[in-house]
Design a protein around this ligand. Sequence first.
Ligand code: ADP
Ligand code: MG
Length: 287
Amino acid sequence: AVPLVVARSTAIAASNGLLIRDRTAFEEARNTEAIIFDKTGTLTKGEFGITDTLVFDEAFGARDIVSYAAAVEMQSEHPIAKGIVNDAEDIWTVDHFRAIPGKGAEGKVKDRDVKVVSPGFVRSRGISIDDPRFEELSAQGKTVVFVLIDDELAGAIALADIIRPESRQAIADLQAMGIRCIMLTGDNQQVANWVGEEIGLDEVIAEVLPQQKADTVKEIQSRGLIVAMTGDGVNDAPALAQANVGIAVGAGTDVAIETADIILVRSDPGDVAAILGLARATYGKMI
Ligand code: ADP
Ligand code: MG
């Protein structure tokens, strides 16, 4: 039998869009010592818009750079892809589309091989990015993706996302509960640092590939901490499973939802603080 207080908490939670799938994990949630947030879509809105376009190869104009990139991104589900497609003026088609998880996407556009990729991918190809504008844009918290055309650096597109207005308060509330707040992202270190400072995070872990996210959770557990993890994507499922408490946020993907112990229907980081607070109120904090 489920104790009355637990049943009542579960019902209150559900009516507020906080769904408890695994009651043991909910009980464990009261002991959370560190919480790991996914950046894009959780702490930020995940709605990107283009702010700047850089041209490195004068054979192309800024509009071409965006058009080539948008043709590839039309086939991608990534929030960066949606931002590029929304702001593009031309609609070109792509063949042989391929996602490069955690790094970008590629395809053939107008008989050229086009890649839209992270700074890490560009460096891994031995191409140096010695443009000061890249550093400046990143320091402003903008995500910069590079456009390679036939494997030559042709241009770059900077995009801005919006920090959710609830993020700062949610982090402060969790910290007041003695919980260490960590952000984990595939985005570059400077962008991550910028977001971290804006919302007062304790720690920022950047440039992590999707398949490394579960290892990052393990590393934090190996510090002796009980870890809750939030995520929304297909790629987040192994990390949600590895965490002591896995929390799927927002509309999310089916995979994330099936793996999570707790599902937050809304994408409000304040709900993360609410559910951990409710676990403590329900079971008391075990010291
Ligand atoms: P996040 O932590 O933001 O969910 P991801 O692992 O999804 O990060 O992506 C990491 C990085 O890989 C992005 O910041 C971007 O540089 C690059 N990337 C991934 N997918 C795409 C895409 N479709 N187009 C352009 N860049 C992408
Ligand atoms: Mg993601």
